[in-house]
Design a protein around this ligand. Structure first.
Ligand code: F6P
Length: 324
């Protein structure tokens, strides 16, 4: 693939996240202002394989910074797990004259990007997922909006939970990571936070806590349960049976993925989108844009994918202390 960058491609992949449009707008406008051509790719890698590409101009990204979702649409492409799909995707980049590709998505999308880099495509990853579960970065596009949405929902459920003196279990997204649970649980003043990274809180513990808190005069109880633990409906039945406290489960689900991005998601996504183009222009490839220790940095995608992180234990312990 050419080292001189004249045309870049951009796609969004995996689960959509509020702020992806802001990142896309930054990619397109930065590239155009540096004299590059931009091809938008619809439906992620799936669209790349199918040749769903179109030329983008500045007007195409007008009026989108405030919109949730992704105007490019997105998909999870199983074919990118296979060598044949990866090879075809690289050939498509060649065919459409893409000298550099910006992939906005989660770690599954990074793996696709990494595979393309192995096939000679200049590629840069921008972290877009509400789950905050990419090891190399302290920020991912969409997390801030998603936790604010979850927090607002918890506040509303708290109103009715308090009125009825009930226990409420609220299940939040995050796949196998507990970041959304931890953040929304702290912000929503939850009595308990269940996340897959911790094994010290089990149902027996919860039941004992509810009994103890009721003896102390507490009338309601909010439990934030991470998707990675799941079974909120079953849990509600068992807690009600054991404690006698009416218990309801609410799964927040996809409403956490939608909505107008927060200021933070718009600004961080804009910075990361612009940085992705700059990296390509500096001749860099196979890099992931990240935010670490207060700075926007970039890592080799291979290295980025090997980095591990988990929700900070200290903050989880603090949340438990605050909930009593
Ligand atoms: O990665 C974002 C996310 O919303 C996860 O929290 C959730 O587990 C998953 O995507 C759901 O994916 P899909 O919409 O493909 O079912």
């Amino acid at each position: 693939m050419a080292n001189r960058i004249e045309t870049i491609g951009v796609l969004t992949s995996g689960g959509d996240a509020p702020g992806m449009n802001a990142a896309l707008r930054a990619v397109v406008r930065t590239a155009l202002s540096r004299g590059l051509e931009v091809k938008g790719i619809r439906r992620g890698f799936h669209g790349l394989l199918k040749g769903e590409l179109f030329d983008m101009n500045s007007h195409d990204v007008s009026e989108i910074i405030q919109c949730g979702g992704t105007i490019l649409q997105t998909a999870r492409s199983g074919r990118m797990h296979e060598e044949a799909g990866q090879k075809l995707a690289a050939e498509q980049c060649e065919k459409y004259g893409i000298d550099g590709l910006v992939v906005i998505g989660g770690d599954g999308s990074y793996r696709g990007a990494q595979a393309l880099a192995r096939h000679g495509v200049n590629v840069i990853g921008v972290p877009g997922t509400i789950d905050l579960d990419i090891g190399c970065t302290d920020y991912t596009i969409g997390f801030d909006t998603a936790v604010n949405t979850a927090m607002q929902a918890i506040d509303k459920i708290r109103d009715t939970s308090t009125s009825h003196e009930r226990c409420s279990i609220i299940e939040v997204m995050g796949r196998s990571a507990g970041y959304i649970a931890l953040w929304s649980g702290i912000a929503g003043g939850a009595e308990a936070i269940l996340m897959p990274e911790e094994d010290d809180v089990n149902e027996e513990y919860l039941i004992d806590s509810i009994r103890a808190m009721r003896n102390m005069g507490k009338k309601h109880f909010i439990i934030i349960n991470a998707e990675g633990i799941g079974d909120s409906a079953g849990m509600a039945e068992r807690i009600e049976a054991a404690t006698g406290m009416e218990t309801r489960a609410t799964i927040l689900g996809y409403l956490q993925r939608g909505g107008s991005p927060t200021c933070k998601d718009r600004v961080f996504a804009s910075i990361m989108g612009a940085k992705a183009v700059e990296l390509l222009l500096e001749g860099k490839s196979n890099r992931a844009v990240c935010f670490q220790k207060g700075e926007f940095v970039d890592f080799d995608i291979e290295q980025a994918l090997s980095m591990k992180k988990r929700p900070p234990e200290k903050i989880y312990d603090m949340a438990q202390e605050l909930s009593v």
